[in-house]
Write a protein that binds this ligand. Structure first.
Ligand code: HEM
Length: 218
């Protein structure tokens, strides 16, 4: 276990860099995408007009796609482990969901031990992966093959792309609230966004299964 004054390493530098790249590109895509849908002049102005906003959206989409793709290629084992973790739903995960990990005031009960990611984070992980795949599958035909594909297909792409954006923006807002603002969990923020380390005591409590595995592998 890597420890610095009672801290454990949760996310290494490549994971953190990829997360930053994905976050910034998501914000740019969300902002420009909202401007297209509701034709918001003030957002267009930030980017120097609708044509430039469209260029920013398309080329940021390339970064949004290439960033995680390169990360996965360079860190295949780590990524496979991540997929394994978020795909394993045990009785403890289902019981965690019943109490929502203690984050919802009126849901009382024992909070079962969790892995590196709690049941809510596991579900968010899958939502983000599927949401990104949908952005890629709809966005590139809307850009590159817009004159080749049938109009019906293009319309379906636009509709899916828009609703994907709404769901993902809400999910990311919830994720931001829990990871950066909520007093019970905001200590996680610096582990992904700054130095990779998280308080050992916090991990032993919130991610007990993962923490125990780290100690055993020491
Ligand atoms: C691989 C990633 C993506 C690609 C290739 C892509 C591509 C596109 C394209 C080509 C358009 C049509 C507008 C234009 O011609 O410039 C568009 C519209 C839009 N995009 Fe994206 N996009 C991607 C990711 C995202 C993300 C992550 C969001 C939100 C967070 C988003 C939100 C939107 C919205 C709301 C629209 C307007 C949809 C509509 O008018 O129905 N896009 N996108």
């Amino acid at each position: 276990m890597s420890e610095i004054k009672g801290k454990v390493l949760k996310h290494d530098s490549q994971t953190r860099i990829m997360h930053w790249i994905h976050l910034i590109s998501f914000l740019l895509l969300g902002l420009t995408g909202i401007a297209f849908y509701w034709d918001i002049g003030i957002i267009y102005k930030i980017f120097g007009g609708p044509a430039n906003a469209s260029l920013v959206h398309r080329w940021t989409a390339v970064v949004f796609t290439a960033g995680p793709a390169i990360y996965i290629l360079l860190n295949f084992e780590r990524f496979s482990k991540f997929i394994d973790t978020i795909s394993s739903f045990t009785k403890d995960d289902f019981n965690w969901l019943k109490t929502m990990g203690g984050y919802v005031p009126f849901l009382k009960g024992d909070i079962p031990p969790q892995d590196k990611y709690n049941a809510g984070q596991k579900m968010l992980g899958w939502l983000v992966i599927l949401g990104c795949i949908l952005f890629i599958l709809t966005g590139f035909p809307m850009w590159i093959w817009r004159h080749e594909v049938p109009a019906v297909f293009l319309n379906i792409c636009y509709t899916i792309h828009f609703w994907d954006a709404i769901i993902m923006i809400l999910a990311v807002a919830g994720h931001f609230f829990l990871a950066a603002i909520h007093p019970k969990s905001r200590v996680e923020f610096s582990s992904m966004m700054i130095d990779g380390y998280v308080d050992a005591e916090f991990s032993a409590h919130h991610n007990e299964k993962w923490f125990n595995k780290l100690q055993q592998s020491q």
